[in-house]
Each structure stands twice: as structure tokens, then as C-alpha cells.
Design a protein around this ligand. Structure first.
Ligand code: F3S
Length: 402
């Protein structure tokens, strides 16, 4: 491949992977079951990214393993209604067309593991998107490093990645013991992103092993906790003793080794973390946004129950981000009509952080997402309020926090 025997596109992709492998001291390449690429939102990859996608497409590259696409930089159907500038949309559509040519699976989501790209335990992957990587490694027991943009495309084209980091057994060993000392039965949906946020800050990129998380924890709670952990820190793998794939017990999680440190999270730290996640505590809220990572059908169902028969305040936008699959299910189940009747709106194939929400001049954003709370001040240029979905609905109706 490196010699160009399978064409220039494959040679170029292999050259990228080989360079990455050299930097990290990988001894060989391994085959992957799938790839997931973040070479998708114009807002992030800009003109250079458009050119790279088009260059690979023009060279005749095709993904050789199933490769799913992360969210685009705008709602691909409603962008005009959302007043996305024409020149931005035109560049975004160039990315869409190039990714179509490459054969990317157009799920346009950060939750590919809920939408067809579902790895088996132990399978090697070439994924980017921090929230998806941490889910694949931790919950599904698959193996992927946090690839960067372009390297993820190269992995999809070649169908291989250099073998280093989390592909190796010894690098999946827990390093920090995190004791969740909160009564398991009292843990709510809002606690999990805050737990993730706290752990990310404490452990940075080390592998935490959590105790005290009940086995009744849901997929959505793990999805939202991992996303926050990967945002406030750069965690790509966590173990939950007795719950996640490679953590049958403490010994397994630490591979019989010792932990480097112990971190404790009690009710007090949980409360403090939720406070730290907010930059505003009173006043008007003009943007309520959920679905980071993309909302599942279960989360949409819960939101529809909360919004039933309610009207959100006229000054407030309430945008819910999800996939086309979930939107279709929500329509069929009647959740969409309830949500829309309240004045809230379901947007698809993008999100509040990778689309240009800063163009609307929102002042205060409220969310139930730990990842969104972390990035909103920089990417949406707003004050941020973190709260439960119940709090988000209550605030949306009043248009303010009090
Ligand atoms: Fe997904 Fe956008 Fe959040 S890509 S994890 S919804 S930042």
C-alpha cells in the first residue's frame, strides 16, 4: 500500500498512518472492524478540511471498512430556515458530497454505536469523536485510540491502524481508583454528567476505575457521563467495577496492579461540581439546548412527557439535537408533535457545538449535558447553566431562572 500499488489515495492514507505509528512507536498495523470520522462539520475542519475530503474523493479513495460520519456543521435540511449563511452551507455541502463519494455511512452522529456501527468486545477500531471513543472502549469493550481528524479518514480508507495505546492489553489497565460515595439509589440522570465532569478534571488522561455505580445504570447515563469525562479531561477509557466490559471486579480493572491514586466523590463534591459547571445562576435564559451527545429515543420520550401541554417562553429557543433515525421514531411515536406544539424544535445531523450557534447572539445557554456545559462558553460564546432536563423545561417555560 505504501509503495502505491493500490493507488495514490491508499498510498497517501497509509503514509499518514505510518507516520502516526512511527511517532507512537507502533511495531505493526492491525485490521479494524470499522472507522468513525470527524471530518464532517465545516465549522471545525474549515477550508483545509474541505480540500482534504475532496482530494481523497478525487483520487478515487473509498472506505474499505464501514465508516460512519460524525455530525455535520448544520442541520442538512433546515439550514435555510435556521439562517445559516449561504457560503458556509455551500462549503458544508462540499464536505457532504465528498464523504458520500468516499462511501461514508451518513448517520451524521456522535452516537454511531446506537446507529449501526456497533462493535463487539475486543474488536479493534479506528474512531475519533471523544464521546464515542470513550463509549466504545469502556462500555462496549472495543479498542480504539482517540484518533484525530484526517487520521480517522485514513484508517477508514486503509482499514488498519497502527497498533499502540489502547489497542494493547497493558495500556488498558486502570490507574486511579474513583470511589463514588453517594447512595446509588439516589443517583439521577443529572448526576452522571457531573460525575464524568468531576472525574475528567481529577484524572486528566489516566484510566479511572469507578466503584459505587449501580448495575442499573443506563446506556444513556453512561453515554452522558463518558462524554463529560472526555471533555473536562481527555479520558478515552474508564472501567466501572462489576458493570463495564473489562471490569468484572477490581482486580481485573487494575490487571492485578496497584492504583496510583484514590479519588473520592461524595454528595459535597457532586454539588460543588454542578455549581462549577454553571457560569450563570440567575436571570433570563434565551437558549435551552440538549442532545450532546445526540439524544436517544428514550431521552426524547422523557422530554416529550415533560413538555406535554406546556408552552415555552417566547424569548427562549429550545433546540434538541438528534439523528434522523431518532427523529423518525419520535415522529411515529407522536413525541415530535408534542415537542413541537410546545415551541421546542428537534434538529438533526448536527449539534449546538459544531454548528455556528454563535451567529444568533444568545446570551445564556442552559443544558443537561456536561460536555456542552464545558464547551459552550467558548464555542457558543454564552454564559452557561447546567441543570436536569426537568430544570431545563421549567426554565424554558418561564424564560428565566427565577
Ligand atoms: Fe455530539 Fe456535538 Fe456533543 S458532536 S458529543 S452533540 S459536541
Amino acid at each position: 500500500m505504501l509503495a502505491g500499488e493500490r493507488g495514490e489515495a491508499v498510498r497517501l492514507a497509509m503514509e499518514i498512518l505510518t507516520k502516526v505509528g512511527d511517532i507512537y512507536g507502533a511495531e505493526k498495523m492491525i485490521e479494524i472492524a470499522s472507522a468513525h470520522t470527524v471530518m464532517t462539520p465545516y465549522r471545525d475542519i474549515m477550508d483545509a478540511g474541505v480540500e482534504i475530503c475532496e482530494k481523497f474523493a478525487e483520487l478515487g479513495a473509498r472506505y474499505s471498512v464501514p465508516t460512519t460520519l460524525d455530525p455535520a456543521g448544520m442541520d442538512l435540511q433546515r439550514w435555510r430556515e435556521l439562517k445559516i449563511p449561504e457560503d458556509y452551507a455551500e462549503r458544508q455541502m462540499r464536505i457532504v458530497r465528498a464523504q458520500e463519494k468516499l462511501g461514508g455511512i451518513p448517520v451524521w452522529t456522535c452516537t454511531p454505536y446506537l446507529h449501526g456501527n456497533i462493535p463487539m468486545p475486543g474488536q479493534h477500531l479506528g474512531w475519533s469523536e471523544s464521546s464515542a471513543v470513550v463509549f466504545a472502549n469502556s462500555v462496549m469493550g472495543a479498542r480504539t485510540n482517540r484518533l484525530t481528524a484526517v487520521v480517522d479518514m485514513a484508517a477508514g480508507i486503509v482499514g488498519r491502524v497502527p497498533k499502540f495505546g489502547l489497542h494493547l492489553d497493558e495500556n488498558r489497565q486502570g490507574k486511579i481508583l474513583v470511589k463514588i460515595n453517594v447512595k446509588p439509589k439516589t443517583l439521577t440522570d443529572t448526576d452522571y454528567p457531573a460525575i464524568g465532569y468531576f472525574i475528567g478534571k481529577q484524572v486528566a488522561d489516566k484510566i479511572p476505575v469507578l466503584t459505587g455505580v449501580p448495575s442499573s445504570v443506563s446506556i444513556d447515563q453512561l453515554k452522558n457521563m463518558g462524554a463529560a469525562m472526555a471533555a473536562s479531561g481527555s479520558v478515552a477509557l474508564y472501567h466501572i467495577s462489576g458493570v463495564t466490559s473489562e471490569a468484572k471486579n477490581i482486580d481485573k480493572s487494575f490487571q492485578k496492579g496497584e492504583w496510583e491514586d484514590i479519588v473520592e466523590l461524595r454528595v459535597r463534591e457532586l454539588k460543588q461540581t454542578k455549581e462549577e459547571m454553571c457560569t450563570a445562576r440567575a436571570g433570563e435564559v434565551d437558549f435551552i439546548t440538549v442532545g450532546c451527545p445526540h439524544y436517544s429515543i428514550m431521552e426524547i420520550r422523557k422530554l416529550a412527557t415533560l413538555l406535554k401541554g406546556k408552552k415555552i417562553h417566547k424569548r427562549t429557543k429550545f433546540w434538541i439535537y438528534t439523528t434522523k433515525h431518532v427523529e423518525m421514531l419520535a415522529k411515529r411515536a407522536g413525541y415530535s408533535s408534542i415537542i413541537e406544539a410546545s415551541g421546542a424544535q428537534i434538529l438533526t445531523e448536527t449539534c449546538m457545538l459544531v454548528s455556528p450557534t454563535d451567529i444568533y447572539g444568545f446570551k445564556t445557554l442552559m443544558t443537561d449535558s456536561g460536555k456542552c456545559a464545558h464547551y459552550a462558553p467558548t464555542l457558543c460564546k454564552t454564559e452557561v447553566v447546567y441543570g436536569s432536563i426537568e430544570d431545563c423545561v421549567e426554565t424554558a417555560i418561564k424564560g428565566s431562572l427565577q
